[in-house]
Design a protein around this ligand. Structure first.
Ligand code: TXA
Ligand code: MG
Length: 350
């Protein structure tokens, strides 16, 4: 399926299910490349979440990203590249640790923060001296980057502060009137945003936990990695780059979210007056207890962290659309494999 907004912003949804998948993507990619080259925004799938892309070397185009997302101008955007030879245009220097990480994790869900070249627009860096780059592995993203030839600046394709999109329909709901083309690549395989490592620091700093195994990152880089998240309330490090994903309220649905642990199930005791009670949502690892009233929408989540990440944002969005009083989410265990998910849940709970 393809979602398209025409030049005059008359929106139309084109069902191309009958078309051969390969042709469809090829047509979309050609169209996307032309739009990017003419300074327009294009949303595209990556293996993490959908991105809202613009030609990184066109400041007017990059500015449109901020307008569409309603994103504050001082929040930097990451660049997406097809191969490592493109680094030179944007990056001042590439430390050895970065080569090791790139060799192992690129293409993939790893964003690296480098020292930026002086020539890079402050729109991209958020007026800092660093720049984030990643090489996505999603085949559609790769084909788009290959045919486009340059770097594509792309934050997640959601309004600022909202949940990242993992389906083309999510982008359509939020930014359908702001973007010329949405390439539908189906569900994002990983479902949460990339791991961000700042390699300008020694040892490197984990700015945002993501789909990658942090222990493996430490092993590959050969040094420890400082976990910025463990130091969340410490604002004393003025050198720390700003990461909008690190704001406490980021990734939040409009419905209040409350986290609960395994022993707190009694918060779901049936209401005294069920007729007055508003419907609540629950995301839990367990089945719905039999003594609960129907006013609870209960979603049983996967106990596998990879599958959980894959479905997390779609489930949150679905519950958020139901005008619930509150969404209760059972917190996964405090284990490294759940780190990124716990991070996103804690932010969703604000
Ligand atoms: O998986 C992803 O990273 C997705 C897909 C589309 O690639 N992109 C994404 O972009 O999540 P965004 O903008 O929603 O999140 C990127 C984060 C932001 O929090 C931004 O502040 C941070 O990366 N960032 C970008 N450039 C940075 C820099 N130079 N220093 C520190 N943080 C930076
Ligand atoms: Mg984002």
């Amino acid at each position: 399926m393809r979602y398209e907004a025409t030049i005059c912003l008359r929106l139309k949804k084109v069902n191309m299910m009958e078309m051969n998948q390969q042709n469809m993507n090829q047509n979309n990619i050609e169209q996307a490349v032309n739009l990017l080259k003419s300074g327009e925004l294009v949303a595209f799938p990556t293996e993490t979440v959908y991105g809202l892309g613009a030609d990184a070397s066109n400041s007017a185009a990059v500015r449109k990203i901020f307008e569409a997302k309603n994103r504050p101008a001082d929040h930097p955007v990451i660049l997406h590249i097809y191969d490592q030879s493109q680094l030179d245009k944007w990056v001042e220097s590439v430390p050895d640790i970065a080569y090791k990480l790139m060799q192992h994790f690129w293409p993939g869900a790893l964003t690296l923060i480098f020292k930026a070249r002086k020539t890079v627009s402050g729109l991209i860096t958020g007026n800092q001296d660093t720049i984030g780059l990643r090489m996505p592995s999603n085949p559609i993203a790769r084909e788009l980057l290959k045919q486009f030839g340059g770097a594509i600046a792309a934050p997640s394709a959601n309004r600022f502060g909202k949940i990242s999109p993992t389906k083309a329909s999510h982008v359509w709901e939020e930014l359908g009137d702001k973007v010329k083309l949405i390439i539908d690549g189906g569900d994002c395989s990983l479902g949460i945003e990339s791991t961000i490592i700042d390699v300008t620091k020694i040892p490197p700093v984990l700015l945002r936990p993501g789909p990658l195994d942090v222990d493996l990152i430490k092993q590959i880089s050969g040094v420890g990695v400082i976990d910025k998240g463990k130091d969340k309330n410490n604002n004393s490090d003025k050198d720390m780059p700003r990461v909008s994903g690190s704001l406490a309220s980021h990734y939040a649905p409009k419905t209040p979210v409350k986290l609960f642990t395994f022993d707190e199930l009694d918060c779901f005791a049936p209401q005294e007056d069920a007729a007055l009670a508003m419907t609540k949502g629950v995301m839990s690892f367990r089945n719905k207890p039999t003594n609960l009233r129907d006013k609870i929408i209960w979603v049983k989540m996967s106990g596998d962290a990879v599958l959980y990440a894959h479905e997390l944002y779609a489930v949150l969005r679905e519950l958020d659309s139901k005008n619930l009083e509150i969404i209760y989410i059972e917190l996964p265990p405090d284990e490294i494999i759940w780190q990124a998910i716990r991070d996103r849940l804690q932010r969703a709970a604000g």
